[in-house]
Ligand binder design. Structure first.
Ligand code: G
Ligand code: G
Ligand code: NA
Ligand code: MN
Length: 253
């Protein structure tokens, strides 16, 4: 049947689940968000990470249905957090291709309403890897999402082709410094320079900076010193199943 053939049934049977990884304030350690990361509880192959099926999905016509499915799961979970007294926005990864769908803002608004959530309960993480020729459409869709009040985050910042264009043209809320720069910043001056430049750029544009892939206390300290406000990474918290993430919200500041 192949991954794509199986996936429709998998969605219907509830085999796709989301794990959640905290984003926290580097100064206070408070949770300020959570990124939803999809997993497939495959009946024969075990728990599959996104690498085993997301690329195929992204290249197929299933991408829209898949994304709305993931969005629904994430919003249902965010609604639960709210009921339990935690105002934690959930971040969902959006395939770049979906930014070509002019109806995306309407679809997102509909999903938010169904879950009784305000738009700022949702962050959409997008990468910069959108083709140049398509920037106009993408720009319109991003503006539509922004007008709705959803927060837009640029994922893997620094790895795309059009960083400056993208940042200066689009109504964004957050940039996530790609983890390769975090990994390199203590040893490679050029990586440290990318981190500093991103902070500077973000300040000038009123964007929140998130550093991904923080694995060591020394990285966390260096990022704080560089003016990065928010962090994510194994040091602060691994992606964990929904129930475990909820328990961490109960414990955490
Ligand atoms: O979870 P992780 O550890 O293995 O994720 C690997 C990659 O898969 C990351 O680049 C992440 O952004 C992507 N990813 C995770 N969940 C989703 C999802 O729901 N949709 C899309 N499009 N990408 C996802
Ligand atoms: O592309 P995206 O930024 O969405 O990637 C998220 C991916 O990063 C997930 O696969 C997640 O498991 C992974 N990740 C999260 N924290 C860390 C970390 O501290 N180190 C590494 N190597 N990967 C991380
Ligand atoms: Na992401
Ligand atoms: Mn990333």
């Amino acid at each position: 049947l192949g991954v794509l053939g199986e996936l429709r049934g998998a969605m219907r049977r509830g085999e796709l689940v989301l794990h959640y990884q905290r984003k926290e304030c580097l100064r206070t350690g408070r949770v300020v968000g959570a990124e939803a990361l999809v997993r497939w509880r495959h009946p024969e192959r075990g728990l599959l990470g996104p690498g085993a099926f997301v690329p195929q999905v992204e290249a197929s016509s299933l991408v829209g249905e898949f994304t709305l499915h993931v969005l629904d799961l994430a919003l249902a979970e965010a609604a639960t957090w709210r009921r339990e007294g935690h105002d934690v926005p959930v971040a969902v990864n959006l395939s770049a291709r979906l930014l070509l769908d002019a109806d995306l803002p309407v679809r997102v608004a509909d999903r938010l309403a169904r879950h009784g959530l305000a738009p700022d309960a949702l962050v959409l993480e997008v990468t910069e890897t959108v083709a140049k020729s398509e920037l106009e459409v993408v720009d319109r869709v991003l503006r539509g999402l922004h007008a709705l009040g959803v927060h837009l985050s640029v994922d893997d910042f620094g790895t795309g082709w059009s960083s400056m264009t993208f940042l200066s043209r689009t109504a964004l809320h957050e940039v996530k410094i790609d983890r390769r720069f975090v990994a390199g910043m203590l040893g490679r001056p050029t990586d440290a320079a990318v981190v500093r430049a991103t902070v500077e750029l973000a300040r000038g544009s009123g964007l929140v900076v998130v550093a991904e892939g923080i694995e060591e206390p020394a990285q966390r300290a260096a990022l704080l010193a560089a003016g990065v406000e928010v962090g994510q990474g194994y040091l602060l918290g691994r992606p964990v199943p929904a129930a475990e993430f909820r328990r961490s919200l109960e414990r955490a500041p």
